[in-house]
Design a protein around this ligand. Structure first.
Ligand SMILES: Cc1cc2nc3c(=O)[nH]c(=O)nc-3n(C[C@H](O)[C@H](O)[C@H](O)COP(=O)(O)O)c2cc1C
Length: 226
């Protein structure tokens, strides 16, 4: 089992995280994996719709196949676990919305009129002009992607604060990933999160833009002072 470091503050994890170039061949503690995944599931989403699905890949054979679907990138096979984050653009129509309402009722949001209002708002937003403006129509893929990346990132930071190393990946052939993992047609593969323990030297920090280049005050293009 991977040896766990003490939990570190998020600020430290943000400073120290790198896109892990290579992983040790060690299994991940199931309890930690559960913590990582559950943290992601606690992420916010528009109207709490949670249009995401995750396939957690630990099986060696599956990781080997997944590596092939990811342009042969070795870290997919080396990582203790690969969390394959998916967006289900139609899930809200297909039972998710009713389940969201059922769960929220359990948590005290159980006024039928209020529930019906939410049902109408969500259906109206996602299926109507506001949804169109938000890039939801015609495919809902952008919308599902937007939400799923928040859960994905929450999992990444949770893994890092627990002392694991991570590598986010977009280098994969979606149809091949879907094939290997038997992911349904309508579901989109958003990103892969490799989790494990760094092997060898970490990647050096490549730096980031200064806020002056990319952060504006009140209006696009206006310099910001901190
Ligand atoms: C969504 C996403 C997808 C990425 N996909 C890949 C990938 O497929 N292969 C890879 O080697 N690195 C991948 N990276 C790593 C980036 O290249 C890396 O994060 C970036 O160069 C900054 O380096 P750092 O994370 O070490 O600070 C990805 C990162 C993100 C956030």
């Amino acid at each position: 089992m991977a040896k766990i470091a003490a939990e570190k503050p998020l600020s430290e994890a943000i400073k120290e995280r790198r896109a892990t170039p290579s992983f040790e061949d060690v299994p991940i503690h199931t309890a930690d994996l559960e913590k990582i995944v559950r943290a992601g599931l606690d992420a916010p989403s528009g109207y709490n719709t949670q249009p995401w699905r995750f396939v957690v890949v630990r099986d060696r054979e599956q990781k080997k196949k997944l590596r092939q679907a990811a342009f042969g990138q070795a870290k997919v096979e080396e990582a203790s676990a690969v969390i394959v984050a998916c967006g289900d653009p139609q899930g809200w129509k297909d039972g998710d919305l009713e389940e969201v309402l059922r769960i929220s009722a359990e948590h005290g949001f159980n006024d039928p009129a209020a529930q019906d209002r939410i049902r109408k708002i969500v259906t109206g937003f996602l299926g109507g002009p506001a949804g169109k403006a938000a890039g939801v129509e015609p495919t809902f893929d952008l919308w599902a992607n937007r939400q799923t990346m928040i859960a994905f990132t929450t999992m990444m930071w949770t893994a890092e604060t627990l002392g694991y190393d991570t590598a986010a990946m977009e280098g994969f052939m979606e149809d091949q990933v879907k094939d290997v993992l038997k992911i349904p047609e309508r579901v989109r593969v958003v990103a892969l999160l490799c989790v494990g323990r760094l092997k060898g030297p970490d990647k050096p920090y490549a730096g980031r833009f200064e806020p002056a280049r990319i952060v504006f005050a009140d209006t696009w293009g206006e310099s910001i002072e901190f």
